[in-house]
Ligand binder design. Sequence first.
Ligand code: JFZ
Length: 445
Amino acid sequence: QNREKKQLKYGAQYKGKREDAAMQKWRSNRFGQFIHWGLYAIPGGEWKGKTYPYAAEFLKSSAHISNATWDSLSYKFNPVKFDPKAWAKMAKNMGVKYMTITTKHHEGFSLWPSKYSEFNVANTPYKKDIIGALVKAYNSEGIDVNFYYSVLDWHHPDWRYDIQSKEDSIAFSRYLNFAQNQLRELAENYPTVKGFWFDGTWDKSIKKNGWWTLKIEKMLKEIRPGVVVNSRLRADDFGSRHFDSNGDMMGDYESGYERRLPSPTDTQVIHRDWEACMTIPENQWGYHKKWDISYTKTPFELIEMLAQTTSLGGNFLLNFGPQADGMIRTEEQQIAETIGNWMKINHPAIYNGGYAKGWQRQDWGYFTQNEKDKKLYAIVFNIPISGILKIQTPEGVSIGKASLLENTNSKITIKEIAKRQINLYLPKQSFPAPFVIVLDTANEN
Ligand code: JFZ
């Protein structure tokens, strides 16, 4: 294709991957915790005795609840059992290196005492700054904190879905001003913030105001140099989102993988940074009282998603929806614990992990390669009945030694059965969980 490049004022600001220290840290984290918490945790997907199976954070819309009624939930927001240190401990034990919290979701309620909106946590029985407490607790565990911010706002009178009149345009410019003020406030008040995760930017009103999305990206990076911004914020001059009209990604990483992953062989994603966000149930981000309203993924399924994501050079953001009383439901705590037990042994295959160039993917699982020390790992999920794992080595590379990460004394026999065709013979033992093999490789010349 020889299409002419369009001249864009609000398109991508650079090409290729950012390689500064802040971006490298973001990338090396690989595994993060998403938290959706807001007033929607109070009804938890139920309204007037009726259960609404659609996403709990959408209850206001699913149950057609009026603004006044929804806003009055703020008089009930009192998470007396909220223990930010306990949340941070749980996250640390699960093995995440970053956390992304909803500072304001579509409902418009701010979890920090914003001076630009009365509809915030200071005006609830709880009163205290949730965002500040979480930043402090997670940072003391060595976990980076990022802020989710929904531009779409069901509460603010000036929000518009589209701009169809002079009045709309005046109101919406007031709204954009308001959102900018809130974002400046977040960046200024919480100096350790590492990234902003934008959402609710799909409406025509935002697509017609691509200039604003670039202005916000620039403002945040000016206040907090190094801060990482997702592609979902951005729209260009022609309303093209995530990728500009010339096909170049806007923002610092692609955030379009939502409750789905690129296929294990879809290697086009390795050329940029990206993140997949994932729910444990089918489609619940906020707390829903009925955990079994849909299929819930098992810890091993989630670990496999983390491995698949890492193998393609992406980050995996796993969501939690805390209860209104401030506790994290036991189902989520147990899943976090199981994942954490796996991570304690196998994290070398995840942190700093990325695409293993030249190592063809096999049915038993995923290769990852440490982007710093270049160590190679095989994360195994499917053991063939033969007990033999097949590997095809890249041209000119041989495998000198293979051992289990959990037991470096374990013996894995290597046999070259044909040129570049290797058999690995697993030790005769049972494998109750996915496991990792460390491969020592050597160049043949
Ligand atoms: C949005 C929100 O509406 C939802 O509540 C949650 O916060 C989630 C993380 O983001 O939902 C989306 C956004 C984008 C897509 C799908 C659902 N998408 O691009 O497919």
